[in-house]
Design a protein around this ligand. Structure first.
Ligand code: GLC
Ligand code: CA
Length: 513
């Protein structure tokens, strides 16, 4: 694994809406190159970029039609190579988004597999033996092929499932994981990874990583598959890293991933923090952190430090954080948490300035309700907020129409801005080993429905107590640690009274103990 991962802070780029360099209304590689200094300045050290491969864009590029070719809307393979080079020149790293579970219906493999006569791609996807036989428990495409069969889909009905086999088979058309068809799919997947690693990427975020082997409730088949990928990487590309969209770190990390996300799905209770009716980080103070902590510790212990559990600020599939925490003060407290937890933090583009979820816009490229979280990056006060020179109606997704929308330019000029708070938090994290990805965590004060909560981060040489009170009321708790030096405080410092720690309303502090 790349050593750089030990202290990485990631930035997610949605290429469609980050920066358009040629005025066609859609972001591109050259635009990203022009804005790398923004990511570097913020203090992020690595980038995850959403899919950028040839695609009919039925699901914003998660429906690939050629894994070996950059989508022309973003540039050529050479342009992408140049992006890797520029990223590296800045001392940053870049992960591509790998979509191993399904393709577009326009992929040549799928077109071949729809043919009645047997060919090299007949077993590339999960097909039943008759159009009247639907694969149980999965959606399917049927009635569009010469071939007599139904093809399983993974997500939308235009995303046919690639065939990695079944962990348990109970129908004649289901193939075992070690059958030639599934093995050929896996070999091809490894070749795709080699291709992009050879061109200079640093690894992959893996889409729906849990979904490859079918009838595999416990994930055993899928874990074994990824372990074989990891073995290949360790031998051929030992610096490459992989993060999974899985949401169950105990499984994904055993499966050889270096990192996994806590997500809006899966058992992690991630939504309790930010995206539910009464989020813990709202100043209303009606949330609960205890269920989240229980689940988190469960994953932390089960995953046995095999890799990192990463908590993102958001992503292209979720509501913007600012939709649930509309007050910048609340957001700052939330980042005090996000940037002091173990695992590598991930900041979704625009979240560093508190970009809003754009309400009531028409779905773009299969985004539906996700579209509002994918609006153009707000750079400055020039045309289209500096995102693009195109006429406004040509923008890939409309801009946040609010005249007071946050921009990078405004926040750079304001020392009290969210941007500057996040930048400061990243600097503090980078300067203090106990706050970094692999340092231990112990929860010190976590009570059902109560505020504040507190945890200790520690390495051999340093112990930092983090105390967070998002609510608008002052609180107190009995603490066995005595805060000494203050490393960071926002919203006021804690004080000692009658043997208790008094924690100011809306505050977050890091203290050496
Ligand atoms: C993942 C992606 C999402 C996509 C889906 C299907 O959840 O993050 O954007 O639509 O997989 O590939
Ligand atoms: Ca463009």
């Amino acid at each position: 694994m790349g050593q750089w991962l030990d202290n990485a802070v990631f930035y997610e780029i949605y290429p469609q809406t980050f920066k358009d360099s040629n005025g066609d209304g859609i972001g591109d590689f050259q635009g990203i190159i022009e804005k790398l200094s923004h990511i570097k300045e913020l203090g992020c050290t690595a980038i995850w970029m959403n899919p950028c491969f040839e695609s009919p864009f039925g699901d914003a590029g998660y429906d690939v039609s050629d894994y070996y070719k950059a989508a022309p809307r973003y540039g050529t393979n050479d342009d992408l190579k140049r992006l890797f080079e520029e990223v590296h020149k800045m001392g940053l790293y870049l992960l591509l988004d790998l979509v191993p579970g399904h393709t577009s219906i326009e992929h040549e493999w799928f077109k071949e597999s729809m043919k009645a006569e047997k060919n090299a791609y007949t077993d590339r996807y999960v097909w039943t033996n008759s159009v009247w036989d639907e694969p149980e428990g999965m959606g399917c495409i049927r009635g569009i092929s010469q071939r007599d069969g139904s093809c399983a889909v993974n997500f939308f009905s235009n995303q046919p499932a690639l065939n990695y086999g079944f962990y348990k088979t109970d129908r004649p058309w289901q193939q075992t994981v070690d059958a030639p068809g599934p093995q050929a799919t896996l070999d091809e997947l490894k070749n795709i990874m080699r291709f992009w690693l050879d061109l200079g990427c640093d690894g992959f975020r893996v889409d729906m990583a849990h979904s490859l082997v079918k009838h595999d409730e416990e994930g055993k088949g899928t874990m074994a598959l990824w372990r074989s990928v990891r073995t290949m990487l360790d031998e051929e590309y030992p610096k490459a890293v992989m993060i999974s969209e899985w949401g169950e770190p105990d499984k994904s990390l055993q499966g050889g991933f270096h990192m996994d996300f806590l997500l809006h799905f899966g058992p992690s209770r991630y939504n309790d923090l930010f995206r539910c009716e009464e989020p813990y980080f709202s100043s209303r103070g009606k949330g609960d952190i205890s269920e989240f902590v229980k689940k988190y510790m469960d994953s932390y212990e089960k995953s046995d430090r095999k890799g990192l559990i990463c908590i993102p600020s958001g992503n292209h599939d979720m509501d913007r954080l600012a939709r649930h925490l509309p007050d910048v003060h609340e957001l700052k407290v939330a980042y005090g948490f996000l940037l002091s937890m173990p695992g590598a933090p991930f900041i979704y583009y625009g979240d560093e300035i508190g970009m809003r979820y754009v309400e009531d816009i028409v779905s773009v490229e299969g985004g539906y309700d996700r579209t509002g979280s994918r609006s153009p990056m707000q750079w400055d006060d020039t045309k289209n907020a500096g995102f693009s020179d195109a006429p406004a109606e040509k923008l890939y997704i409309p801009l946040d129409p609010d005249e007071n929308r946050p921009t990078v330019q405004k926040q750079l000029a304001d020392p009290q801005s969210l941007y500057h708070e996040i930048k400061k938090l990243i600097q503090i994290r980078q300067a203090n080993p106990a706050l970094q990805s692999n340092a231990e965590i112990d929860f010190v004060y976590v009570e059902k429905d109560m505020y504040p909560f507190a945890y200790l981060r520690s390495t051999d040489g340093q112990k930092i107590l983090v105390i967070i009170n998002p609510s608008s009321a002052e609180t107190s708790f009995a603490c066995s640690y005595e805060p000494k030096e203050t490393i960071y405080s926002f919203g006021g410092e804690v004080s000692v009274q009658d043997g208790k720690l008094i924690v100011p309303a809306g505050s977050c502090g890091y203290y050496c103990v």
